[in-house]
Design a protein. Structure first.
Length: 292
């Protein structure tokens, strides 16, 4: 509970509002300082609400990753093709950016790990808790990779709060099995953070003799996730999804919209800034903790 509260206070939009409140408290005694602090708070909130800022913050985290594409070498359909008969290569984000993964490293993957991204509590249409949009997107991509590679799947996510009746991994497994028709081999249900996702998943997989995994999470979350999973002793082949940048393709159905809209504040852009700063804060905390 304390950890969740501290994260909330240190990230937008709570932090700018908190500093604005401090400015109002200090207004009578230190008016010059208070005006400066209030201006800085509102300016920060406005900047972080701009799509040009939020999108670029996430894109910076994604800069070292491109999507995986499973390409059959034998010309047979992808579904049901063993991993030894396929080559996983990085699909280009632009016509000039093509980076290949080492085939031997990819073919050494023994399992798919899908990271939880949160839950939607009290969903009336589902009769209780279910996965949120972020987790659902990760599960969809994990299901796609499973069909292409036939690798077994592990889902990871526990209960952040004691009031949560089911572990997030239980909700994830239900969606994969019932809605995507994908079997789930392992459920890691104890973790509350990405670091615990990695530690407990590694313990479970290493007992099964598994040392190398395809790791599924959002591209902007991948730097921190890959770091902690490798620190836990697993070889990681990143399988990022949910990229901020649209595919540079004239036929793409993703439209960025007029450029001037990138300079108008939006709630979605503020959320992007929130997640980017959350990743930087989390990465710094993990590395500081490791150094201690």
């Amino acid at each position: 509970m304390f950890r969740a509260l501290l994260k909330t206070l240190l990230l937008p939009p709570a932090l700018p509002f908190l500093t604005a409140a401090i400015a109002l408290i200090c207004w009578v005694r230190w008016p010059r300082f208070a005006r400066l602090l209030l201006f800085a708070s509102l300016a920060t909130l406005w900047l972080l609400s701009l799509p040009v800022v939020g999108n670029n913050l996430l894109a910076w985290l994604e800069r070292d990753y491109v999507p995986l594409t499973v390409v059959p070498l034998t010309g047979v359909p992808l579904t049901g093709v063993p991993l030894t008969e396929v080559s996983l290569t990085d699909a280009p984000l632009t016509g000039e950016r093509v980076v290949s993964l080492a085939g031997q490293r990819v073919q050494s993957a023994q399992a798919i790990v899908v990271l939880g991204g949160g839950r939607k509590t009290g969903a009336q249409e589902y009769g209780g808790d279910t996965v949120n949009d972020r987790t659902l997107a990760r599960l969809r991509y994990g299901a796609r990779l499973h069909r292409q590679t036939q690798l077994p799947v592990l889902v990871t996510g526990g209960r952040v709060f004691e009031t949560e009746r089911q572990a997030e991994a239980d909700l994830m497994a239900g969606v994969l099995r019932e809605e995507f028709g994908v079997p789930v081999e392992w459920l890691e249900t104890r973790s509350r953070t990405t670091a615990e996702n990695a530690r407990f998943s590694a313990e479970l997989l290493q007992r099964e003799g598994i040392a190398s995994v395809l790791l599924v999470t959002h591209a902007w979350h991948m730097p921190r996730a890959q770091w902690v999973f490798e620190a836990a002793g697993l070889k990681v082949v990143p399988a990022p999804m949910g990229f901020t940048a649209a595919l540079d393709d004239p036929q793409s159905s993703v439209a960025s919209g007029p450029d001037f809209l990138s300079w108008l504040p939006s709630a979605r852009a503020l959320q992007s800034s929130h997640w980017a700063l959350h990743e930087w804060l989390g990465g710094w905390v993990y590395r500081w903790t490791e150094s201690q």
